[in-house]
Design a protein around this ligand. Structure first.
Ligand SMILES: *Cc1c(COP(=O)(O)O)cnc(C)c1O
Length: 428
């Protein structure tokens, strides 16, 4: 224990107060494999956070790791600006053949700086340039990153406050379900778009997540998404789906919008697109809106050569046939069952999200974080989400073996029982 304490001293002494996840998971991690992480003190953890969905294929996938080691051994490029490289070419070939063509998407691939926020910045700039308009419609509880443009589209007041300047050129509208199930919020948007005195400036884009990752796992219905897509088209605005967290299989298929009956004009991807947890971001854009000039959205690290290697392997390994989708669907049922057990313990609790992007809204941030803290003590890494952090959120690697998934759920259920039991005792 004392070695662990001294190993942690450097972080409190020298690392900025801006550090975050390390506060909830206060240990020093040394290795990780599949769905398991190991700390310096020998404690093992099941990972239900997966780098906020950056590790959909688990930690250190052996095939990706071997390909990356091979690339390093043979002096493959570590950095190449955005020059043609064999690794970029191979990634694009695989992505075209196994992801875009089967889904009838003729989108161009634009590599941005290697973060989600940078991909969102690029997407908004493309839409503004393509339409000559400035306003972007974004939604309540949306999260799109913390650089200034992306932050303007983000709802969370804590993150917005960090900007230190006014955040402009975005109009916020209520997401699906925001006003309760009886209110169709797309009707409000439609009315305002069609009223020249609504005060709503003509939008360059409508930007949304189909399942709001940070905003509490609010899942939009297919009908709502289809209506929003039509409104965008009628208004001459581009539909941008931010699939940074919900994409790469998290919601059951490669893209979160695949079964929703929409094809976005622009899609942003980051987080799990490299497959291995390496930094990588990109924008998919329909050819007619591919309007950025050479280097107009410049960046030294556009595309990440090492990430191209692992990203290609992830596509070839998991998306060449439907076996992985079936695994995800089966695991999603296991997760749902586990979450239902917790929902049954907490009056008013609700299951949120879709497929392997799921959680339980326990109605109160304090309760949710107590459950997560207790789970961590018992060997499970799990986080909260939502406006009040009231949702216990499961983002297990999609490759988690069923038995490990069940073990993790059992820890979570046990943690909920412990916390609720202690609360009941305190109340008596
Ligand atoms: C994480 C996330 C981002 C920001 O990605 P970063 O790599 O953290 O900049 C943007 N949009 C969504 C939906 C996200 O989940």
């Amino acid at each position: 224990m004392s070695t662990n304490t001294s190993a942690k001293a450097i972080f409190t002494r020298r690392e900025s107060d801006a550090r975050s996840y390390c506060r909830g998971f206060d240990t020093v991690f040394t290795s990780a494999s599949g769905s398991q992480m190991t700390a310096q003190d020998g404690q093992q953890y099941i990972d239900f956070l997966a780098g906020c969905s950056s590790l959909n294929y688990g930690h250190n996938n052996p095939d990706m790791k071997a390909a990356l080691i091979d690339h390093l051994q043979s002096d493959g490029l570590a950095h190449g600006l955005d020059m043609h490289t064999n690794t970029k070419g191979a990634f694009l070939e695989a992505f075209e053949q196994l992801i875009l063509r089967p889904r009838d998407m003729d989108h161009k691939v634009m590599f941005t700086g290697p973060t989600g926020a940078n991909a969102v910045e690029a997407a908004m700039k493309i839409a503004r340039k393509a339409t000559g308009r400035t306003n972007v419609i974004a939604f309540t509880n949306g999260f799109h990153g913390v650089t200034q443009g992306a932050l303007a589209a983000t709802g969370n007041s804590y993150h917005r406050g960090g900007a230190g300047v006014s955040l402009n050129n975005v109009t916020r509208m209520p997401f699906d379900g925001y006003m309760g199930q009886s209110c169709d919020t797309s009707e409000l948007l439609e009315t305002m778009l069609n009223d020249r005195s609504s005060g709503l400036d003509a939008p360059a884009a409508i930007l949304l997540e189909t399942v709001q990752g940070e905003g509490g796992l609010n899942a939009a219905s297919g009908e709502w998404l289809q209506r929003i897509a039509k409104l965008a088209k009628d208004a001459g605005a581009l539909l941008i789906v931010d699939d940074i967290q919900a994409g790469c299989g998290r919601t059951g298929q490669f893209f979160s919008f695949e079964s929703m009956g929409i094809t976005p004009d622009i899609v942003t991807l980051a987080k799990s697109i490299s497959g291995f947890g390496l930094p990588m971001g990109l924008v998919l854009v329909k050819p007619e809106f591919d309007v950025m000039g050479p280097a107009e959205h410049n960046g030294t690290f556009r595309g990440n050569t090492h990430a191209f290697v692992t990203a290609r392997v992830s596509i070839e390994t998991f998306w060449a046939d439907t076996a992985f989708e079936k695994d995800i669907a089966r695991r999603a049922v296991i997760v749902e069952k586990g979450l239902n057990t917790i929902a049954d313990m907490v009056p008013g609790a609700r299951i949120k999200g879709r497929s392997m992007m799921r959680g339980v809204d326990v109605g109160c941030g304090e309760l949710a974080s107590k459950i997560c803290r207790r789970a961590f003590q018992n060997g499970l890494i799990i986080e909260t989400s939502g406006a009040e952090d009231q949702v216990v959120k499961i983002l297990a690697p999609l490759t988690t073996p069923d038995a490990v998934l069940q073990d993790g759920l059992n820890i979570l259920i046990g943690a909920a029982q412990d916390v609720l039991g202690a609360q009941k005792m305190a109340a008596e």
